[in-house]
Design a protein around this ligand. Structure first.
Ligand SMILES: [Mg+2]
Length: 121
């Protein structure tokens, strides 16, 4: 199972990737913004995407809208990890095609629960 982690903060990518490794997921690719995220998806299939919202070049919402418009990418589970916690933001993210939502800061347990939830869909 291959994960894609998209975040402009290399520290946040490390935290998420370390959490994934601890959960037994070793196959992880990463990207620093939505445009690079699209590049990773184009290079080969991923099974679950964890993405930030606020990023330069292409933000998380633009990334998910582009992703959902790609052939075969309508169903890939997407978990958004962001500081944007307002209800309107969550609604916007869900409308763009996010499957679940984690507000930073988060605990490894929270990430694990949300990953389990999006994989169980
Ligand atoms: Mg960011």
């Amino acid at each position: 199972m291959r994960f894609l982690v998209v975040d402009d903060s290399s520290t946040m990518r490390r935290i998420i990737i370390n959490t994934l490794h601890k959960l037994g997921h070793q196959d992880v690719v990463e990207a620093a913004n939505g445009r690079e995220g699209i590049d990773r998806v184009t290079e080969g299939p991923v099974d679950l995407i964890i993405t930030d919202w606020n990023m330069p070049e292409m933000n998380g919402i633009e990334f998910i809208r582009s992703l959902r418009a790609m052939n075969g990418q309508q169903q890939v589970p997407v978990l958004m990890v962001t500081t944007n916690a307002a209800k309107d933001d969550i609604v916007e993210a869900l409308r763009a095609g996010v499957n679940n939502y984690v507000v930073k800061p988060f605990t490894p347990d929270t990430i694990r629960e949300k990953i389990d939830a999006v994989m169980a869909r």
